[in-house]
Design a protein around this ligand. Structure first.
Ligand code: GLP
Length: 251
């Protein structure tokens, strides 16, 4: 059973994450952070960056692996998760960009037709995480349909990193980042699998607002099911779910 913490707002949630991760980096300077995009983790990254600065914590050896990436966008596209992770995490924290990886990096905009390269990219990413010694803390957001990373409902709970088709609802939700034009939202992605996520030693899922209430109810109180990928957190020995009152309103 995951631990659920109800907080006042995103700042309070961010402070909990920032403090825990700063202490981790102090005790293990080459910590491996699992990183996520989306709006939910932003206050957490800001809090961590503040603590790192205030306490002059050495982050030069910290490593990072992001959860997911769109397929078909060049790495330097402003909405690629490669760009997003560098803008929201690597730069504010002062991490070594060479030590932070995003699953699409080795594809760099490869076309979907390049089947062989695409098939090899997922397993190569999982091997890189293992070679780094595994992820110490994985931060997670949650989609309104219960997805984590880009593992949409129906994803195997044992899956590794692989290429997936994006659900229509996710493309609609994410059109706001592409001039509100769904035709500009990529159709495919590469994402850590649920099995990959579950290998991290500590999972921290953040959710805010009433739009996430149903997904949080399914995650915490529903049965473990591929129809709510985040419900897999119930299988993890150390999962922390931090929500505001609105996201917790159906618990
Ligand atoms: C995207 C990302 C997910 C993220 C989700 C929710 O689909 N691939 O990793 O959790 O959006 O985003 P937000 O936190 O902005 O609600």
């Amino acid at each position: 059973m995951a631990e659920v913490i109800i907080v006042k707002d995103q700042e309070e949630a961010g402070q909990i994450y920032g403090r825990a991760v700063a202490d981790l980096i102090k005790s293990k300077p080459d910590s491996v952070l699992g990183l996520a995009t989306g709006s939910s983790p932003l206050a957490a990254y800001r809090a961590l960056a503040r603590i790192v600065r205030d306490e002059s914590i050495d982050v030069s050896r910290v490593r990072g692996f992001a959860l997911d990436e769109y397929l078909g966008l060049p790495l330097d596209h402003p909405q690629s998760y490669h760009s997003t992770i560098h803008r929201t995490v690597v730069e504010p924290l002062g991490l070594d960009p060479e030590k932070v990886h995003v699953p699409g990096d080795i594809l760099d905009g490869a076309p979907l037709e390049d089947g062989e390269r695409i098939a090899l990219a997922g397993p190569a990413y999982d091997r890189a995480i293992e070679a780094a010694g595994g992820i110490d803390v994985q931060i997670l957001g949650i989609g309104t349909d219960g997805h984590i990373g880009f593992n949409e409902p129906g994803s195997s709970l044992a899956s590794g990193t692989r290429v997936k088709t994006l659900a229509e609802q996710t493309r609609i939700d994410n059109a706001r980042f592409f001039d509100d034009d769904i035709s500009k939202v990529p159709t495919h992605c590469i994402t850590q699998g649920i099995g990959t996520v579950l290998k991290a030693r500590h999972l921290v899922l953040l959710a805010f607002g009433s739009g996430k209430a149903e997904a949080i109810e399914e995650t915490v109180e529903g049965g473990v099911s591929a129809f709510c990928p985040a419900s897999a957190l119930q299988l993890h020995p150390h999962a922390t779910i931090i929500v505001d009152e609105e996201a917790a309103s159906r618990l």
